[in-house]
Design a protein around this ligand. Structure first.
Ligand code: IPD
Ligand code: CA
Ligand code: CA
Ligand code: CA
Length: 256
């Protein structure tokens, strides 16, 4: 597993290099599902570079990536967000990352989230803890929502998937503190690092979640669906926390 983690880190570093290159040089961009759903040259080239690297080392593995999808099936599947936080990136707002996870026989076994501008490397191997660079990570010990810093995110077309408008309003009306940083993989890494007590979002994709989910579990936190049921990749709802505030967060989202 250590060698596979080293591969994931090397691939993430390639992608980071591409982000920083285009951030400096400028890049072309276009839209995907709607006018605010951007994709840039950096997203595409970062994914191509990660794929090339992983396929060369592991020709029998498969890759699921945001920009190119998945070709074929296999027991070893890399789940890749080549640039999480594209809109932030496109505006030069320095909160975007690469997310790479390895799923083996349906279970995530390792995850890497690399913050491109801060060069913070979050890593986890199942059963062996989570790290920021080489420092072990632990979720925060805060036990109340009122003392918590929370974050969420919204899909590109919130009118198609409006549930979070209500959740967000309930959290705000309770007078709680909430951010919308704009890069789900990094938001999850921040829960693992104890910088956020909780995070929730509706309609995330496997590449947004796979690495950050493992980071949180390995840092002692909790990731569930909207009713507190165990999370599974592909769930429509994700609620993540340090564990201690989890029930209170679920209650608040449900208006209890
Ligand atoms: C998006 C970001 C954003 C979240 C969206 C994601 P992308 O990913 O993680 O924070 O709210 O749901 O789609 O498109 O920048 O990789
Ligand atoms: Ca995207
Ligand atoms: Ca993403
Ligand atoms: Ca992306």
């Amino acid at each position: 597993m250590d060698a596979l983690l080293r591969d994931a880190i090397e691939a993430a570093r390639l992608a980071r290099g591409i982000h920083l290159y285009y951030l400096e040089k400028g890049f072309s961009q276009s839209t995907k599902s709607g006018p605010t759903d951007l994709v840039t040259q950096a997203d595409r080239e970062a994914e191509a570079a990660i794929r090339r690297f992983l396929m060369e080392r592991h020709p029998d593995h498969v890759v699921l990536g945001e920009e190119e999808g998945q070709q074929g099936e296999g027991a070893f599947r890399w789940i890749v967000d080549p640039l999480d936080g594209t809109v932030n990136f496109a505006h030069g707002f320095p909160f975007f990352a690469v997310s790479i996870a390895l799923e083996i026989d349906g279970a995530i076994q390792l995850g890497v989230v690399l913050d491109s501008t801060r060069d913070e490397l979050f890593t986890a191997i199942r059963g062996r803890g989570a790290y920021l660079n080489s420092r072990p990570l632990r979720v925060s010990q805060t036990g109340t929502l009122i003392g918590s810093l929370l974050a969420t995110g919204f899909p590109y077309d919130v009118n198609k998937d409006p549930e979070n408008l209500q959740y967000f309003e309930r959290v705000l009306r309770k007078g709680l503190t909430v951010r919308r940083p704009g890069a789900a993989a990094l938001d999850l890494a921040y829960v693992a690092a104890g910088r956020l007590e909780g995070f929730w979002e509706v309609k995330l994709n496997p590449w947004d979640v796979a690495a950050g989910w493992l980071l949180i579990e390995e840092a002692g936190g909790t990731v569930t669906g909207i009713h507190g049921e165990p999370y599974a990749l592909g769930n429509r709802y994700l609620v993540a926390s340090n564990g201690r505030i989890h029930q209170e967060l679920l209650d608040t989202l449900h208006g209890r």
